[in-house]
Design a protein around this ligand. Structure first.
Ligand SMILES: [Zn+2]
Length: 414
């Protein structure tokens, strides 16, 4: 049975790392003058440690510095330290309830709902905070430690008196989050894309938003919510949480992005509109808050290009087809050429595209001796996948129609 605090051995290990980290950081960056080396169980110098750690959360790269500049650390110790840098969560939390194996803390940043199962260091939080009832607000920093979540040694109750109505609302909110996402018990186990990985840029453009199944006016309303400053987000383990508010109320939800950051992988919103993968205004506002607006993009949904094939007659007579009908291979070439022509303006310098699929259907039988026009219309652009409606016509009307899909790729594979 897991207990809600660390074992004796781990308490020693935690304090060894935590105290030496803060002392080491202070030696290097001079935050507190004359800060003697603290020692677990003897001189902890809590005030000094607290002052240093406040700076540390603003400059988490100092943790890495310390971890790599200290030759006496074991690999395990070094890994624990770097995991703190990567995964610490500094927030004001609603302590919702105490369970046997941990206490349940709800992150309150931006009103977004994530539940953490947190254990104490020397004592369970239930003992540490016995003077306070639940729920109550606390400020602390969560850290990963040996596959569990601990706090950093300071848990500061935040004095707010909660009415029974508010308490009930919090309990319902926690139950809802628990039902949807459960309680996070480990900070380092993130699925798929790391939400805190700065390398992975979230960059969803307007065309992708419009191409996704969305509620009527969801995009316009979502943009409005974002522009009036009523959308906020919170990075969490493997996903982003968001909050979006307008006249109709406030909603919270979560979003995960595809690995390339160009599309949403899945999302959840407290409103009913987002069911069945339908984008609601709250999710749209959340996406905009996360990426700081709509990225500029030349990808323009509905854009169309028509190319005339003056050369068509000549080209066709050069093809090995003896039939009097238009060869499909030729129609395919015009169709693809029209789509490429359209994409030309939309691609960035370092990008190119390749054809993924093409399907064409002759609508009328025609003699070859006609000038042809191919029109491509961008009908959907989700991430890097572009769909085109194709229509090929001669002067008398459409002879062929179809759909074509192209993928945008980097010219030079990374
Ligand atoms: Zn919604």
């Amino acid at each position: 049975m897991a207990t809600a605090n660390l074992s004796k051995e781990d308490i020693k290990l935690f304090y060894k790392l935590w105290l030496s980290l803060n002392h080491g950081v202070n030696c290097k960056h001079n935050i507190v003058p004359q800060f003697k080396k603290p020692e677990y169980g003897k001189n902890m110098y809590e005030k000094q440690i607290f002052a240093v750690s406040e700076k540390l959360w603003e400059r988490p790269e100092w943790i890495d510095e310390f971890a790599y500049e200290n030759a006496d650390l074991t690999d395990e110790e070094r890994n624990i330290l770097t995991s703190w840098r990567k995964h610490f969560v500094k927030d004001r939390f609603l302590l919702e309830r105490h369970l046997k194996k941990y206490s349940v803390l709800m992150s309150t940043a931006n009103n977004e709902g994530v539940l953490y199962g947190v254990i104490g260091i020397t004592d369970p939080l239930e003992i540490l905070l016995r003077a306070y009832g639940v729920p109550c607000f606390i400020e602390t920093v969560l850290l990963p430690f040996k596959e569990r979540i601990i706090h950093y040694g300071f848990v500061i109750p935040y004095p707010v008196v909660l009415s029974s109505g508010i308490k009930k609302t919090f309990r319902e909110e926690c139950n809802r989050i628990k039902a949807v996402r459960g309680i996070i018990e480990r900070l380092e186990s993130g699925p798929d894309m790391r939400a805190d990985d700065p390398e992975k840029k979230i960059c969803i453009n307007m065309a992708t938003l419009k191409s996704r199944l969305h509620e009527v006016n969801a995009i316009e309303s979502g943009v409005k919510i974002f522009e009036t400053g009523n959308a906020s987000f919170h990075r969490s383990e493997g996903f982003f949480g968001f909050s979006a508010k307008d006249r109709t109320g406030e909603r919270n939800g979560s979003i995960r992005f595809t690995k390339d950051g160009r599309d949403v992988k899945d999302f959840f919103c407290g409103c009913t509109a987002s069911r069945d993968g339908c984008l609601c205004k709250h999710v749209v506002a959340g996406i905009l808050a996360i990426q700081g607006g709509i990225p500029e993009s030349r990808i323009d949904l509905g854009k169309s290009v028509t190319i005339s094939m003056d050369e068509s007659r000549k080209r066709i007579t050069e093809t090995p087809f003896s039939s009097h009908e238009l060869p499909m291979s030729f129609l395919a070439t015009i169709a693809e050429t029209a789509a490429c022509e359209l994409m030309d303006d939309m691609l960035e310098e370092e990008q190119t595209s390749y054809g993924k699929s093409l399907s064409l259907e002759m609508t009328v039988k025609r003699n070859v001796a006609e000038d042809l026009f191919a029109t491509a219309v961008l009908s959907s652009a989700i991430g890097f996948e572009m769909d085109f409606n194709i229509s090929i016509a001669d002067r008398r009307g459409e002879v062929c129609k179809g759909v074509h899909t192209r993928m945008i790729v980097d010219r030079k594979p990374k």
